[in-house]
Write a protein that binds this ligand. Sequence first.
Ligand code: GDP
Ligand code: IMO
Ligand code: MG
Length: 476
Amino acid sequence: MSRNYLASSPWAPHFWDRVGVVAGAQWGDEGKGKFVSDAAPYTDVFVRSQGGPNSGHTVMVNSRKYAFHQVPSGAAFGKPSIMTAGMVLNPILLYEEMQQVDDPSVIVIDPRAAVITRAHRALDGYGEANGTAIGTTRQGMGPAYESKANRRELIVISDLLNRRVLRDKIANYARTHAAELLEISEMEQRAILKGELDPNSALVPSGLNFEQYCELLAGELFEAGKKLAPHIANDTSTILQQAVNDGKRILVEGAQGILLDRDIGTVPYVTSSRTTAGATLADAGLSRYADPDNGFWGVIKAYTTRVGGGPFPTELKDDTGELLRQKGFEFGTTTGRARRTGWFDAVATAYAIRMGEIKKGYFTKMDVLSAVKEPMICVAYEIDGGRTTQFPSDAGTLARAIPVLQPVGRIERMNRHDIVMAGRKNGFDALPENAGFYVDRVETLLRDLSGVKDFEISAVSVGPWKGQTVLKQAFA
Ligand code: GDP
Ligand code: IMO
Ligand code: MG
């Protein structure tokens, strides 16, 4: 890539030296894939370092729509796309997902990434039915991260290449969880008889004994492993270090949202990995090289969505919520589930900015908000009769929070093309008046409530396609 091209790009003042990271600053699905599409021309190497098939990132470019789950979204652009050891992967789905890009050879997998088996997926569903219903994506994330953390049950990507090792490790897992697997098999049988489950979708098919079940799982993973073998590196950290040394620009792509972080999110209604910008960078082994001025991006939706269970103070269960869902096409990229929708929540997002180590905001879906007659933002919570701008640290308290809402005035409809063209000359001044006011208001609130004084909203996304974005600074 020519440096001159970069210097003459509107994005130049916003792009990072060496390493940048992007995280979702709410409960996921903020538009991280869209951010990646805008960053792609100026990025040489893309990295995913946590999560797995629970993610769904949409990239829309050149009349094509991609859905990425495990592969970095940058693969749509034919650039090196590295998946590091922190991820947990479903190898069967991974191979299928890789086929949507023109050049899958850019995709590289770390041999230490963990493997999700059918048994992990079965246990995920079992936990939902018998424990706290988190509303997971049922992709097996929790059980596979459990196996990683307890180490004894861990199956890694390099095991896919040795059928005997693979089979033994699967048998070890199946033996430890035999009672649950048996119960799941019975539950599935009942569901099949009632016509609620397609027999081909059973995770613990009936009629198989222990040996046969382990062989089934080992067989399907071994086949996937053969196909993935050309993509499995010895050690992705050497590739990344080389890229840094060669002066390449790297983007670490976060997944989920900071409020779904396993440690500091709305526990227990969270995912099973860390999702902050800092943790995502550390998992990639690249913290040292991150650009402190331009490297820490958070994607923030102009309203709020959440999939699955857990407290959501600004949730709208009325027609306005439905309008946001329809206009914003708020249906899960991974599960197809309808996303819960609500007003922008400055208290929750400010907390995410601070805990997630975000400096620059990429503000999405302003166009969608223009469909709403009287948009509101939440500036504080009323909890047990008192007003606060502190995000409660426990889900029970958050569930009692009543949002203090302020009207912000109707946002005019936008002609995306005109706004994007005008944005090149006028930056955010090209936004319709109320949209500019909304962005300013949100930025000020996020700065004040988070205490992160240098936080700024640097880009406003007005459509799903690459380039449908207005940058803060004018570029003429
Ligand atoms: P991610 O998980 O953060 O990558 O987000 P998803 O891809 O799951 O969901 C975001 C959805 O919003 C996708 O359908 C995107 O194509 C779409 N999108 C992103 N930014 C914008 C925007 O500014 N306007 C509109 N209308 N859609 C957007
Ligand atoms: P992207 O990367 C939105 C949610 C699930 C559930 C909780 C735990 O597209 O933003 P899990 O399957 O991870 O154990 O589910 O986390 N969740 C997401 N919600 N976007 C995602 O990813 C999500 N990944 C997990 O809905 O509430
Ligand atoms: Mg998503």
